[in-house]
Design a protein around this ligand. Structure first.
Ligand SMILES: Nc1nc2c(ncn2[C@@H]2O[C@H](COP(=O)(O)OP(=O)(O)O)[C@@H](O)[C@H]2O)c(=O)[nH]1
Ligand SMILES: [Mg+2]
Length: 295
């Protein structure tokens, strides 16, 4: 567990820098004046917390007058918490995970990371390469599976990802695999043909009477555009959760709260680096602390 805490904190470093910088200036103050409120607002905008949340925080802070020393950081966390509704669904039992998203968000890497995570938790884990557009993607996943010692299924002779998924689930579920992670091709959320293909794949996966968990993989760098990706994917297949990748490379990590708040879809994990171990379960309290607390 300790390493999760460390990784969450180090993954949020870039996002935290600005925020900590601003809050440091507030230390010892009993109230914030207009300039300070504006600075806070602009800092939170840069971190992509989203306008709804920012407005609420700034409004609350405008009215706050303290007669003793307070920690603005704690007030901030308290304010964020009251303004966020988090739908926590514990679904460790789900056997089939379908990773979807636009190009380059980190689906293939995340599939490998997830398989490693579940293998370490003693699940019988399988990786499925269903990206029929890029042979390189299938190879990338095959190499991960060999390195991690995880069963891998794909089929280089077909261009139909649904048939790969059918074969993988047919044999995998029969053989008692209880985490089957399917990597799919990246697709633009506004490309109807590719989205129809994904829907077909989803329908085929659902023939096995096992819950298919649809996970949207979003690059944290894209800011509010991630929201549009989620909304558009959700039109074609019901998203169950999100994984936000590349948190380590962005100052805009506030997008996590923004997305939970707007979409009411939980975030399962955040990606905090390129290594297979750089995936941490999303924990709201830890995340909020990580936004304001310098190590
Ligand atoms: N820094 C960082 N890089 C990541 C993370 N996740 C993925 N990447 C990198 O993003 C690039 C694209 O990843 P890939 O899995 O191929 O994306 P895909 O097209 O969605 O399958 C690769 O260079 C990955 O190493 C992350 O959490 N942090
Ligand atoms: Mg890929």
């Amino acid at each position: 567990m300790f390493s999760y805490i460390k990784k969450t904190f180090s993954g949020l470093k870039k996002t935290r820098n600005n925020i900590v910088n601003t809050f440091t200036k507030f230390h010892g103050k009993r109230y914030l004046n207009q300039n300070e409120l504006e600075e806070l607002e602009s800092t939170l905008f840069q971190s992509d917390l989203g306008i709804d949340i920012i407005d609420k925080v700034v409004d609350e802070f405008r009215d706050k007058k303290f007669n003793k020393d307070v920690s603005w950081e704690d007030e901030f966390i308290g304010s964020l918490k009251t303004n966020i509704s988090l739908d926590l669904n514990n679904d460790e039992d789900v056997k089939v995970l379908l990773l979807v998203g636009v190009n380059g968000t980190g689906k293939t890497t995340t599939s490998a990371k997830l398989s490693n995570y579940y293998k370490n938790k003693s699940f019988k884990t399988m990786l499925v390469g269903a990206d029929t557009y890029r042979a390189a993607a299938v190879n990338q996943l095959r190499l991960w599976s060999e390195k991690l010692g995880i069963k891998f299924i794909s089929n280089e002779f077909t261009k139909d990802p649904a048939s790969i998924v059918y074969d993988a689930l047919n044999s995998g579920l029969n053989d008692g695999y209880n985490k089957i992670i399917i990597d799919t091709a990246g697709r633009l959320h506004n490309s109807v043909n590719l989205m129809q293909e994904l829907k077909k794949l989803y329908n085929v996966a659902n023939k096995f009477k096992e819950k298919v968990k649809v996970v949207l993989v979003v690059d944290s760098n894209v800011g509010q555009n991630g929201m549009n990706q989620a909304i558009d994917f959700n039109k074609f297949l019901p998203l169950d959760s999100l994984i936000l990748t590349k948190m380590d490379g962005t100052a805009r990590g506030g997008i996590a709260l923004s997305m939970i708040n707007k979409l009411n879809i939980p975030i399962d994990f955040i990606g905090v680096g390129e290594d297979v171990e750089d995936l941490v379960p999303f924990n709201l309290d830890l995340y909020l602390k990580g936004l304001v607390t310098d190590e």
